[in-house]
Design a protein around this ligand. Sequence first.
Ligand code: ZN
Length: 662
Amino acid sequence: MTQEVNSLFTNALVLTMDPDFTQYFPGAVAVKEDKIVAVGSEDELKKEYASRAQETIDCKGKILMPGLINAHTHVPMTLLRGLADDLRLDVWLMGYMMPVEREFVSPEFVRLGTLLACAEQIRSGVTTFNDMYYFEEDVAKATAEVGMRAVCGQTVMKFPAPDAASYDDSLQMARDFIQRWKDHPLIVPAISPHAPYTCTAEILRATADVAKEFDVPLHTHLAETAFEVENMRNEHGMPVIPYVKKQGLFEAKVIAAHCVHVDTGEMRTLLHAGAGVSHNPSSNLKLASGFAPVVKMLETGLNVGIGTDGPASNNDLDMFEEVRLAAFVAKAVTNDPTSLPAPWALLMATRLGAQALHIGHLTGSLEVGKRADLILIDISPLHNAPSFKRDPQNAYAQIVYASKSSDVSDVMVNGKWLMRDHQLLTLNEAELLAQAAEIAKKIDVFLIEREQSVLSKLIALGGSLEEESFEVQVKVKIAEADPIIQALQRPEIDVIRERHYREHDVYFFFDDPLQGRLRYREDDFINDSKGTVTNVRSRLTLIGQKREGKLGDEVLLSRSRYLAPASQSLRFYREYFKPKSEVVIEKDRLRWLVLYKDTEFFVNLDQMREPQLGYYLEIKSRTWSRKDAENKAELASELLSVLDATSGEKVTEDYIDIVNEA
Ligand SMILES: [Zn+2]
């Protein structure tokens, strides 16, 4: 029995993207409410529905196909587009994105960024996107208002985030959000542990539990860089995929972004887990993350979609560009121009993408019963003419290799028009652009201020703390080490503990000496009986100017020091702080903690290896009061004579000053 329909699309080249790649030309599609009720030849559908359609759309020979699926993005980052580029992933993320996000990201920011992203994506033929960000409920609200479809993942990670002081808070936010949005017609709520390296094993397990409990997707970044995989091997003795499997992650419906560095065994693990993958060629190319084994993943049977990643690492949300790159890169990497042909590249951006997001039953192809998420593409412009009809493959090639996002003229999601003849119907672009310009101004001011001071850049990384202390330090240059080691056995000295390590200091200097100097210190602790390095400790210290000078013969000084755990590599700090020059000092240090006349001192016996400056003996103590420092300075002098080291040449400078003079 024939039914009433809302829209009848006629005179189109219909690419269904169904499992048989069925095409109809001239073809037609009938839509009733939010669903596709018929797909077929124009003749048949006209007979059936022409008299019963509220609206008949003459597609004028354009391509009618399912809307594109952006399988991985962070939509509010439209507001951070172009903020910091040409940087390595860690410097970009930890040095720029996260500090700016901590300062600026709010529900209003997220809303504006989402609206901008929706406008851009609708114009690029995207009808569904898979997102991960903070305040994800506000992403969901804005997206639903606009009328797009999205999987919205609330971020959970081990660091304090703009929307949550702790991981417990973000986990609770995710639960509440999922419960409130569980049955929404456009939004699929999800949970997003950011990545294995920004989460703990406990967080991964907890997020998988929430995803299972509510049967929602779990969206995360996996195996994006070789560095991530190498760290995982060093810390846990296995690559990323087995590690997250061990934490129970694959018990959930996983959407894994990137998977650049995975082997065939890991691909099978992903397949058995039913995990979807998002391939993000622009982001991987721009951040030089590597080349995802896309062809192998597809051969394995994985649902691999295509994503733009966030607009701050792409820098746009143009899926046409992304699909073309996916095809081109796959050909170059396999050295085979037949790899990833156009129909498959387009399939990744439609049906496979929807399947990767675990919403293949809803969208991704033009099939009866699926939601009416569809687009019209004009293939008549100069850059895409002429058209050949001999081989049905030509239509896919026209879209993948020559179409531009600006060729998308009309977009419908869930049976509702979002764009007609290039006009956005649910968004005001001019207003959104003006608001974005205002926020950009504020972020510029914030960063200009921060970049002026080494200290504020250090604080922006988080975790630093100031310490101002009095430091008693007696240092002498000595000829030999052995007599000192012997003298330490004298009865008036009580050795509490002894350490041996190689200290490797890199000092960063800046144009303005008032900025102080930054020391990256790495201590390699040595087990003397085995001669092996037992552990490595890294610290970052910003050493300010001295505030007080000498006291008598000894050095008593007060200075500010800002300590931060050096959780990143030396290379990271070098690229982040951009020092004017660097000096490296390496020494072999024997260190004793001793008790002399009821007072604790550190005795450091240093052999300067880089540069080779011989032996130095240092007696040190740090204290918080000036009075205490004066007493200790006297005792330190005494201790020097007990160690028979008073004949050595006294030095009142730090090593870096000694080295600079030498
Ligand atoms: Zn991402």
